[in-house]
Design a protein around this ligand. Sequence first.
Ligand SMILES: Nc1ncnc2c1ncn2[C@@H]1O[C@H](COP(=O)(O)OP(=O)(O)OP(=O)(O)O)[C@@H](O)[C@H]1O
Length: 325
Amino acid sequence: MGEAIVVEDLVKKFKDVTAVDHVSFRVKSGEIYGLLGPNGAGKTTTIHILTTLLRPTSGKALVAGFDVVKQPHEVRKHIGIVFQDPSLDNQLTAYDNMYIHGRLYGLSGEELKRRIYELLDFVELKQYANKLVRYFSGGMRRRLEIARSLLHEPEILFLDEPTIGLDPQTRVKIWDYIMAIKREHGTTILLTTHYMDEADQLCERIAIMDHGKIKAEGPPEELKSKLGGEVIYLKLDGYQAPAPCIEADFVESCKPVGRDTIQLAVRSASTALPRIFELANVMGLRIVEVTYRRPTLNEVFINLTGRELRDSLEEGGFRPPHRRW
Ligand SMILES: Nc1ncnc2c1ncn2[C@@H]1O[C@H](COP(=O)(O)OP(=O)(O)OP(=O)(O)O)[C@@H](O)[C@H]1O
């Protein structure tokens, strides 16, 4: 299987901010690959470099075999993009939004008309073809943008936060379309997301990004299983730095989380807990709360960064003005 995207040691600096910090990854043809991380992790900047909207400070990226800096026109012919911010013309109908995009890509006549209706049908918007986009809900707009991005049958599709701001039902529908695009057309899909469930459900492999760096990469199941069978959280009373860690042969990893909690990865929580209580007792730790569960990608993120992905979302980041091409 060939490689659709090759990223090697990519760096993007904005004055004193390093948005993308020596990032390398490879996406196989026909794969759904996700960049998962909180706001400001560098996901959008990476996608903007790969779609030729931004020039990297250093490093190299090939998309469909073409260099994003030296061959931007070739790259653009082979890709489709759905941006995080809507880029539809509200004053036009769904059909006309598609039509203009198709003309820009050199499609015309009956062929263009057939593709437009086929794709509107695919995203279940055929009956709204002649309605003005300004009356569309957020979910309908996103579906239309996905349909539009597929008009010229791109080999590689870039989706920047494809379900951001959508209700749970619409999100699941968008996931179905994304899986169908891969299944029916063999399209390679690179998406960014800060939703763990999205990365988990959709992506065959993910890269976890934080502060411009890739912290871990692999299939979601593999990343979770590296943590062991279950993770235990112990909330401690009177916790003082340095964080106390419980070390034993049955503890696969032990990390502080936030101000007063430690996270332990174990094979089985029910067999480990009595022994953990004994060890905590010997160490003089007072446990005030215990929770445990099977690892999710949130646990993987905590293990890598010591913070919750959810909390990290609050940190926010500078959002550059919306750009089109
Ligand atoms: N044009 C710019 N000028 C200055 N700083 C920028 C610019 N674009 C991005 N940044 C900074 O680069 C870092 C990465 O931002 P980026 O938008 O790539 O993150 P992200 O993971 O995609 O998050 P989000 O989903 O919120 O866009 C942030 O610190 C951001 O403030």
